[in-house]
Design a protein. Structure first.
Length: 284
């Protein structure tokens, strides 16, 4: 078990493990090791049977903690919990975002039990990705009419989202703050916001984050679900990212309370990556 300065071999292994959580952030460990970040705690674990890495840092204004092992385990949970606490003590007032390999339930549950994640102040999601090599192309088998963002349809968009996103806690209320919602979506860049209609009726929409490879929001009106429209909308969004925006990978985050959404993305063939917890953890 190594602390402090990591060897190049440990950095390479740790970066490989972090890439299993988030494909595009495996490099942050080497940034930490080289002193390119303002705040960083890192530790490498290896008991001869299982290697792992802990990394906490403030990156692009976000307090992030990554925990990744070759094999799912609860063996190092007490040490990991203390590292989380130490990170919080060094960053008072910060709200951590904890990232795990999604399938590592033992690791997640062990930390959940020791640190007592605050459910009243908790947001958790799964990351899904689709790469070029697995994408079959855009298909509009339902012959949906596709339109770009229209500012005079803000109220319609807000109503659809409120009806479709009932799994979010605390609940959303886009219609209750139309001005705020309008400001948010008006900031979405051109060619990143699309709506879908069947016989003149709005059935779904999506928009991309301004990084142009993350599908920020996607929704299908409840009355139009289970009709194949979701697959058309997701297909268009991924095509937008991979073909129009020329990105190598499309990704999205699905709230872990949205069981139907998780099942849908898996059925579509997206790959499940990391499990994110944005949690309220009090300083000891």
């Amino acid at each position: 078990m190594e602390t402090g300065v990591l060897t190049q071999a440990q950095i390479r292994k740790g970066s490989e493990l972090l890439s299993r959580i988030r494909t595009d952030e495996g490099y942050v460990l080497s940034d930490c090791a080289s002193g390119e970040t303002n705040y960083c705690i890192m530790k490498f674990f290896d008991d001869g049977e299982n290697a792992g890495v802990f990394l906490s840092l403030i990156y692009f204004g976000s307090f992030r903690i990554f925990i990744a092992f070759d094999k799912d385990t609860g063996k190092f949970s007490n040490e990991l919990a203390e590292l989380v606490r130490e990170s919080i003590r060094m960053c008072p007032g910060c709200k951590p975002r904890l990232y795990f390999i999604a399938e590592h339930i033992k690791t997640i549950d062990a930390l959940h039990h020791i640190l007592n994640f605050n459910h009243a102040d908790r947001y958790a999601s799964h990351e899904f990705i689709m790469g070029r090599e697995n994408f079959k192309g855009f298909e509009n088998g339902r012959q949906l009419e596709i339109k770009k963002f229209e500012s005079d349809k803000i109220a319609d968009y807000a109503r659809l989202l409120d009806e479709a996103m009932t799994f979010v806690s605390p609940s959303v209320d886009f219609q209750g703050d139309l001005n705020g919602f309008a400001k948010r979506v008006n900031n979405v860049k051109e060619n990143a916001f699309y709506t879908f209609y069947q016989n003149g009726e709005l059935v779904g929409l999506y928009w991309l984050d301004n990084d142009f490879y993350t599908i920020d929001v996607m929704a299908v009106a409840p009355v139009h679900q289970r009709r194949g429209y979701g697959g058309v909308i997701l297909s268009h969004a991924i095509n937008n990212v991979l073909i129009d925006q020329k990105q190598y990978e499309a990704k999205l985050y699905c709230v872990d309370r949205n069981a139907k959404g998780i099942a849908f993305y898996k059925k579509y063939g997206m790959i499940l990556k990391g499990h994110l917890y944005a949690v309220g953890l009090a300083e000891d």
